[in-house]
Design a binder for this molecule. Sequence first.
Ligand SMILES: NC(=O)c1ccc[n+]([C@@H]2O[C@H](COP(=O)([O-])OP(=O)(O)OC[C@H]3O[C@@H](n4cnc5c(N)ncnc54)[C@H](OP(=O)(O)O)[C@@H]3O)[C@@H](O)[C@H]2O)c1
Length: 302
Amino acid sequence: MAWTLADIPDLHDRTALVTGATDGLGLETSRELARRGAKVLMAGRNPTKGDAALKRIRDEQPTADVTFEPVELQDLATVRSLAQRAGAQDVDILVNNAGVMGVPQGQTGQGFETQLGVNYLSHFVLTGSLLEALRSRPNPRVVMLSSLAHLTGKIDFDDLQSKQGYKPFAAYAQSKLAMLMFAQELQRRTDRHGWGLVSAAAHPGFATTNLMSSGSKTMARLGGAVAPFFSHSAAAGALPSLLAATRPDLPHASYWGPTGAFEVKGPPGPAKISRRAADPAPAARLWDVSQQLTDHPFGEGA
Ligand SMILES: NC(=O)c1ccc[n+]([C@@H]2O[C@H](COP(=O)([O-])OP(=O)(O)OC[C@H]3O[C@@H](n4cnc5c(N)ncnc54)[C@H](OP(=O)(O)O)[C@@H]3O)[C@@H](O)[C@H]2O)c1
């Protein structure tokens, strides 16, 4: 039988941190975690949108324990500060959800290509900064948002920042492949070092959100034209994330998505991991490169 929202267990003793929680999938994920009693720290870059998101949830659920946590994922100083605040509040579920797609070429505060920086490297640092806090909690869980785009993605170790010819969608696919590789590698390292985490990944298929509008006008127009036929709602798109964040008996390093044709929509279930994403050697290399780039040692002996 397909997993549904009714399968989410009671979460009154859990605290979740969701990035990109002010809109789209992150807002839906936060709403359902809060509905089951979790304390939810909703991280985003826009306080006005943050207030609106809190109001939407509180209007529906007056007793919801939700707060807004500011973070600009283009700036690792704010990511580290978020980790400190969240760690002090006993976070045990981390949903690395925020992302942008197909944006014009740009750089984050640390000089990373925008999509690699926002979608992946910021979450690498957030997870690493929260590692000790997560480990101190019972059954900690980390969920990475990937995408069907990972199937076409390649990690270009010779030009990770896409300086030699920027293709917006290729850079997006690289960042989403990196997230899936990160989820797999985090599980391998937690098993090796006894960190006690369960690391999982999820993708929403094609969900109607603002993501398309973060990229080019052509992409937004194309997305708008096909969405009525091939997409499902943000609420439906959030189900794989919710499954990955809350199912008690989750297999290690699992990947979840819609189970309809081509995993574009449908009820949540196991998703296809590309050979590239499952290969341990490039994932270990990406981990080491990410530590060097962000100057962020990730756990003792990692
Ligand atoms: N929708 C889909 O069909 C689809 C498909 C595959 C994968 N995904 C993945 O799902 C995740 C959520 O996307 P979505 O569809 O829900 O998109 P969305 O509606 O555009 O929401 C993205 C969220 O991320 C936040 N965000 C973006 N850049 C940020 C930054 N620099 N610092 C802090 N927060 C930032 C946004 O804040 P603002 O509103 O302030 O910009 C927003 O809250 C992404 O990782 C995306 O790659 C989505």
